[in-house]
Design a binder for this molecule. Sequence first.
Ligand SMILES: [Zn+2]
Length: 326
Amino acid sequence: MDGRLLAQAREEKENIRRQALRTDRQRHEEAYARVPELQKLDADIAALVPRAAAGIMNGKGSLDDLRARSLELQARRAELLTAHGWPMDFLDGAWDCPRCRDTGYVEGQMCDCLKALYEKARVRDLSALLTAENESFGDFDLSYYDDRPDPVSGVSPRAQMETVYGLCKDYARSFGRGHMDLLFRGGTGLGKTFLSACIAREVAKRDFSVVYETAVAAMEAYRGARGYDADEDAQDKVRRMECCDLLILDDLGTESVNSLSVSALYTLVNTRLTARKSTIISTNLTAEQMAARYPAPIVSRLEGEYQVLSFVGSDVRALKKARSLG
Ligand SMILES: [Zn+2]
């Protein structure tokens, strides 16, 4: 589990618990003000066990007496509550989850309600980084890719993208069974971000930690995490980028290149390769542009260790727009 997201979920649960306590207090105030007998009854019920225990010790009472008296008081209480239009359990706690009384734990085990909040935090976290389109493999439309063979390669963009699509699907499905890095290469609007988002969602659904970052934001984090006045959030982000099960680094080549960003990129790529953590990098840069932009150690790692997937065709976003207009 991701500690940061778990902390978020627990904080949410704590707010729910506080709200439940507030509601419970208000209900008691309301009920006691309208029906003072209820307050007296509750006091009697609370005093019942200690008083009965003393009685039993003195030989002046029995457990049966206690049970009978308790049932009598409870019955009167239920009667009063329903007579005033309240449900019978109106004063028995306003818990959102009665099972754990909104603590998030039952006998040391995480309660389902907290697990659900954690799950929500994970989806929210990922959705904030992905686009709002809710990408899924089923929505990938190959018909946007030309099916005429490319004169040079002899392969049509559609056939090539069918292969890429299949590989991405397999990658998401078999994630966790081994370590593999992908480099998505190709122009704007060919589905790189879309397919990486599909993979991110699939993999995250299976409880792997996924971090999705643009290269610009990633380098920004490394910059912020340095030095004596290092920013804690940035340090946390760097840690997550380096340690998560799957890192998706989008749009490599859009960040500015300087000694700091180059060393950050090298650290990130290398740390993950060494730890055998899977990474997907997407870029608009051609192999030549990449070689011109980054030092040889980075290029050789990306070209040598990553499986390169070439995205080809015409800008799908532009085609989609044209289709929806036509
Ligand atoms: Zn619970």
